[in-house]
Design a protein around this ligand. Structure first.
Ligand SMILES: Cc1ncc(COP(=O)(O)O)c(C=O)c1O
Length: 473
């Protein structure tokens, strides 16, 4: 339940929720909600921060911070001398009121970004990272590492080997680990090596993350989709393709969220052994498990047929471009050559800083902390979605045991792209399952909750419920 407070100086009605959070957060949400609901029209002049602060009984800092945040989101516009104004009107854009510019109306700004794949970069362990960087800068002799070895900084390879043995059940030595710029980079390198060896195509999960498929194609390896069901990759369907290589995410399939079942894991390894084929294991989201027991890496069961890929894109920051791979012994040298000839790897500074962070326990501490945050966000989203009968009636949300996203089934007969478009019109960016698939699927939305606060989750669920009530057959 919110408290309504009217700013008598301007007639501005702002609703400050009592759901917790700082005054700054509640004020930001209150103004954003007023814009979305249409109570603040485009061009509306907001009261000066001094006036609003006095009205709300808070400091000017709180109001200024809220204005700055909303300006960064594109909701407000601040000009020296002419005050702060509302720029757009995401929820109720009326085409009749769009000025005749001859151009299509601009897409509404994103109020809630529910696209999957994004961690909360605000949770980045900046102080610990800075301490590690400081340590590296003051202790490392730069001369020998001016040009880093193509396999990566030795200290990081040691740290990754220890981490994989301890956390992912993958017992490896440091010299078996190669440092990459992330999973996409790893897929690109493996695809190049396999294509050069005459492998005709790469089987990929359908649905799956198109980016990795594009990367493989660009490296010379066309892809062939293979269905995914409730147990993960359909290994019988894979057999029928005649493929000699497959890319899959056994720990947490993207976007369905399933974990490859124990029977399928064994069947997949048996397929690879019988066909002398290669499995590229994208160890996606393995760090974020909430309700299910840890699932070790597939490569831990058979090193000879699996190229293992990991990265810090979900755990720390996708912008770091830092990851690793553990190839089977037979592919190690060709992959090292591919890394060398590509001539680019992650910065040595970042490699050594991450190694130091892990060495000092900072990475483990960070993972423990964000796991709690993400779990709470997932719970809040599941509760918010479940509080609307129209969403509940479509069946249970799926893929919630791990990761940073979940799957919301939609009423049969509605196209998920259409629902995503309607949500976009309300300032919500969400992805349709069909955007990740080549074959027909029951309609569903793929919703990321890495950056979704409980208040925003509630609002987003309300918006989805309204859209479904409007559109359901
Ligand atoms: C399925 C999947 N695998 C892996 C990654 C990580 O890729 P990278 O390490 O290249 O950032 C992502 C990122 O969104 C992903 O969606």
């Amino acid at each position: 339940m919110g408290i309504h407070r009217t700013n008598r100086a301007s007639g501005l009605l702002i609703e400050l929720s009592e759901d917790g959070g700082s005054l700054y957060e509640r004020l930001t949400s209150g103004i954003r909600a007023a814009i979305v609901a249409g109570r603040l029209a485009p061009g509306h002049l907001l009261p000066p921060s001094r006036v609003l602060a006095a009205e709300l009984g808070c400091s000017r800092w709180v109001v200024n911070e809220a204005y700055t945040q909303l300006a960064a989101e594109g909701q407000l516009q601040t000009r020296q001398g002419s005050g702060t104004r509302v720029t757009t009107h995401p929820a109720t854009r009326d085409p009749d009121r769009t000025p005749e510019t001859g151009r299509a109306p601009a897409a509404p700004p994103v109020v809630a970004d529910l696209r999957p794949g994004a961690p909360d970069v605000a949770a980045f362990p900046a102080p610990a990272w800075t301490r590690s960087l400081q340590h590296v800068l003051t202790t490392v002799e730069w001369e020998p590492s001016l040009f880093p070895p193509p396999a990566g900084a030795w200290r990081l390879r040691e740290v990754v080997a220890a981490y994989l043995s301890r956390v992912r059940g993958l017992t490896v030595e440091a010299d078996e680990v190669l440092i990459t710029c992330g999973t996409s980079h790893g897929v690109s390198l493996v695809a190049r090596v396999l294509a050069a060896r005459g492998v005709p195509h790469l089987a990929v999960e359908d649905p799956g993350w198109p980016r990795l498929h594009q990367v493989a194609v660009a490296a010379g390896l066309p892809t062939e989709p293979v269905a995914v069901d409730a147990e993960g990759l359909d290994v019988e369907a894979l057999r029928r393709t005649g493929a000699q290589a497959v890319l899959c995410a056994p720990a947490h399939q993207f976007p369905t969220g399933t974990a490859l079942s124990p029977t399928r894991r064994l069947a997949l390894l048996a397929w690879a052994t019988q066909r002398t084929s290669v499995i590229i294991e994208d160890d996606y989201d393995a760090e974020f498990r909430y309700d299910r027991r840890p699932i070790g890496a597939l490569a831990g069961l058979d090193r000879s047929r699996v190229v293992y890929l990991g990265s810090v894109s979900k755990t720390l920051h996708p912008g770091l471009r830092l990851g690793w791979m553990v190839p089977p012994p037979a592919l190690r040298q060709p992959l090292l050559d591919a890394l060398d000839s590509a001539g680019a790897g992650p910065s040595t500074l970042d490699q050594l800083t991450f190694a130091r962070l892990a060495d000092t326990g900072g990475y483990d501490r960070h993972l423990r902390r964000v796991r709690k945050v993400y779990r709470a966000r997932r719970d809040a989203l599941v509760t918010a979605l479940g509080s609307h009968a129209v969403i509940r009636d479509c069946g249970p949300v799926l893929g919630i045991a791990a990761g940073l996203h979940l799957l919301v089934p939609l009423p049969p007969g509605l196209h998920d792209h259409m629902i995503a478009e309607h949500l976009a019109g309300r300032g919500i960016a969400a992805m349709a399952l069909s955007g990740y698939a080549t074959r027909r699927h029951a309609p569903a939305l793929v919703i990321g909750y890495g950056r979704l606060t409980p208040t925003r989750a509630q609002w987003a669920a309300e918006q989805l419920a309204e859209v479904l009530l409007d559109l359901r057959p």
